[in-house]
Design a protein around this ligand. Structure first.
Ligand code: ZN
Ligand code: ZN
Length: 411
């Protein structure tokens, strides 16, 4: 059975006539371009600016317009919550509020609670101290990295048509959750969220760990700011859709969440941080090992996107060069058995410091592909390749065809 290794370098490509990728010294990536068929890809559609979540869904063959219901469910899955279709999920920040009265009278003075990192005790206190059974609702609250977390409500008549409680700005009051549609389930959910907000604030504000922080002059982590709400979608598992067992290797909870929500196995690698100091070597080794136990391995690198957001041209170029030095084992794969794809989920140009709709370069290396004349892996050379311009949703069709797993359409 042929296997697939999909390497996604987040936000890899740029705008302009000289880019971090085109000016990087990257002999191994260039060699892959030479060995494979190249092209450019609009992850979602020309000019559409993908998020990393919607971009990855498209790359894996799931139309984000059909399956994407917000970031909350994916982050919750990535944080390790066993989410179920119909659950209502939020992203959470521990924040700091000051003032008198109810939590909604108080002002947010820090949206990250001084970038608190040790939240285990606080998470435990919230899980043990709040009871939503009078509403017929269960909840799960998990920590994420740093000041982040994820929250899931489970029960009947819940709606995701509600507003955030995070004001998204310091100096503003905590927002009361409001229904966005005129139905009972949205009104009821907003009421439960507001009850939860009050209780969580009461528990956190007087928690010994926060008393201690206050004594040391550190901001209390005394509020949970909720955002990115979404209903966990009914989404067909990757394995039942393609007959291939999925493994995901990533440093960020968002991409781990994509893996989990599609029923894949998330393989943890020590030192996989999702930033430029990540353990590139370890991740590549883990991916090659995963090819022995899984049919489809998604290997994700994040730092290129971060450096794009920072507008750091040199840093981005250097990280690409660092990645490239570890790409050597990929050249030695047996391409009669493995189909290797190297691409990105979107562009994050250092000039824009945000995701843009500029297409990304893609190379596919596999025995039998129509090898083209492209000899460099970059935005400009890729345009001249044999794949021409494809969409993200085309990728799984192309790949499953190449590895003899596609079904014939018609007679
Ligand atoms: Zn991304
Ligand atoms: Zn980004």
């Amino acid at each position: 059975m042929k296997k697939v290794l999909l390497v996604v370098i987040d936000g890899l490509s740029d705008r302009g006539s000289k880019t971090p990728l085109s000016s990087a010294k990257k002999p191994n990536m260039d060699r892959l371009a030479e060995m494979g068929i190249n092209g450019i890809m609009d992850t979602i559609a020309p000019g559409v600016r993908p998020g990393s979540d919607t971009g990855h869904l498209a790359l894996l063959g799931y139309d984000p317009y059909e399956y994407y219901t917000g970031r909350g469910p994916i982050e919750a899955a990535g944080a390790g919550i066993d989410v179920k279709p119909g659950d209502i999920a939020f992203r959470v920040n521990f924040g700091t509020v000051e003032g008198e009265g109810s939590v909604f009278d108080k002002v947010v003075v820090d949206r990250r609670a001084g970038r608190i990192s040790d939240t285990d005790e606080l998470v435990k206190a919230v899980n043990e101290g709040i009871d939503l059974s009078e509403f017929g609702v269960e909840f799960v609250f998990r920590r994420g990295s740093g000041h982040r977390g994820a929250l899931v409500f489970r029960g009947k008549n819940l709606s995701d048509k509600i507003t955030d409680t995070d004001p998204h700005k310091v100096g503003e009051k905590v927002q009361r959750c409001r229904p966005l549609s005129d139905d009972e389930s949205a009104r009821r959910t907003a009421k439960i969220v507001n009850y939860f907000m009050e209780k969580a604030h009461e528990i956190l504000d007087r928690h010994p760990l926060n008393e201690e922080r206050a004594k040391k002059g550190l901001p209390k982590a005394n509020v949970l700011l909720l955002r990115g709400v979404g209903r966990v979608p009914h989404i067909p598992p990757f394995e039942s859709r393609y007959g291939m067992k999925l493994a995901v290797i990533a440093g960020t909870t968002l991409i781990k969440g994509i893996g989990r929500i599609l029923g894949g196995d998330v393989i943890e690698v020590e030192g996989a941080t999702g930033s430029k100091n990540t353990n590139v070597k370890g991740k590549i080794e883990a991916a090659l090992k995963a090819l022995e136990t899984h049919d489809f391995v998604l290997l994700h690198f994040k730092a290129t996107d971060e450096l794009g957001h920072d507008g750091d041209f040199e840093g981005k170029r250097e990280f690409i060069e660092k990645l490239d030095t570890h790409f050597e084992p990929l050249l030695k794969l047996d391409f009669s058995k493995v189909c290797l794809i190297v691409t990105a989920d979107h562009s994050t140009p250092v000039t824009a410091k945000e995701h843009t709709g500029d297409p990304v370069p893609i190379v596919i290396v596999h025995e039998g592909v129509r090898v083209d004349d492209v000899k460099s892996f970059d935005e400009f050379s890729a345009c001249k390749g044999g794949l021409c311009r494809i969409r993200g949703l085309d990728l799984m069709n192309i790949v499953t065809d190449l590895i003899d797993r596609a079904e014939k359409f018609g007679a």
